[in-house]
Write a protein that binds this ligand. Structure first.
Ligand SMILES: Cc1cc2nc3c(=O)[nH]c(=O)nc-3n(C[C@H](O)[C@H](O)[C@H](O)COP(=O)(O)O)c2cc1C
Length: 214
């Protein structure tokens, strides 16, 4: 413990898995990108990713960090890089079990949406189907993949081409977060739900250029 009773950790002394354990407790709660993608030979894949963030708003772009599994790309990363297309869904709390189960490793020929009994419908502009009952779906086209650090994770950035938003969630161009009731990840099999929300005094921001927060 340091003098102010905080533990002080030298990052250079952490193993990759120790750093992962700390970071997934520090960056909380994380939203979940529930991604459908399709292999080059057409098999649908579904998996959740919580290293998920907004990257740009003009055009709208979002990023997901996809780690390696035993040194090789996960099916989602391989599919996105092969086809350049995918759909990111935002799951609501009632879908938490399906989200969790969809992280199970299956051979590439298994369609995880079908395996979990989740209905899909064709997307408008990408060839990858979307989950019919997800409250939000973002049809994405791959922009670029950037790898940081030594572990080989692929930060996968895509442009959002179409937003599908359940009608009751859209109020004056904004999403009603409480009604969305999104699932968030803490770490491992622990999830969180949006709790109390409080609206403070609005602060006027310069919105003529490209805001990333508002
Ligand atoms: C809620 C949740 C969030 C996850 N977030 C990530 C993530 O951000 N990055 C990652 O590489 N794996 C993440 N995983 C693990 C992947 O979902 C898991 O490796 C999955 O099997 C990948 O499937 P795929 O090989 O079909 O792409 C997460 C798992 C869960 C349950």
């Amino acid at each position: 413990m340091g003098a102010d009773s905080h533990a002080v950790i030298d990052a250079s002394e952490l193993s990759a898995s120790e750093a992962y354990r700390l970071l997934t407790g520090v960056i909380v709660p994380r939203p979940i990108a529930w991604i459908t993608s399709r292999s080059a030979d057409g098999v649908l894949n579904l998996a959740p990713f919580s290293a998920f963030t907004l990257v740009a708003n003009d055009p709208p772009m979002v990023g997901v960090n996809i780690g390696l599994r035993a040194g090789t790309p996960k099916d989602t990363a391989a599919n996105i890089e092969a086809t350049g297309e995918y759909v990111i869904h935002i799951p609501s709390w009632s879908m938490q079990h399906a989200v969790h189960e969809s992280s199970e490793v299956h051979p590439p020929h298994v369609d995880e949406a079908e395996h979990l009994g989740l209905a899909t419908v064709p997307s408008d502009v990408v060839g990858v189907p979307r989950l019919r009952d997800a409250p939000i779906a973002l049809e994405c086209r791959l922009d670029r993949v950037v790898s940081f650090g030594r572990a080989g994770a692929r930060f996968t950035v895509g442009e959002v081409l179409r937003f599908h938003i359940r009608a009751d969630l859209l109020v004056d161009g904004k999403i009603d977060t409480v009604a969305l009731d999104p699932v968030a990840r803490i770490a491992g099999p622990t999830y969180a739900r949006v709790g109390e929300t409080e609206r403070l005094r609005p602060i006027v921001m310069a919105i003529t250029n490209a805001p990333t927060h508002g």
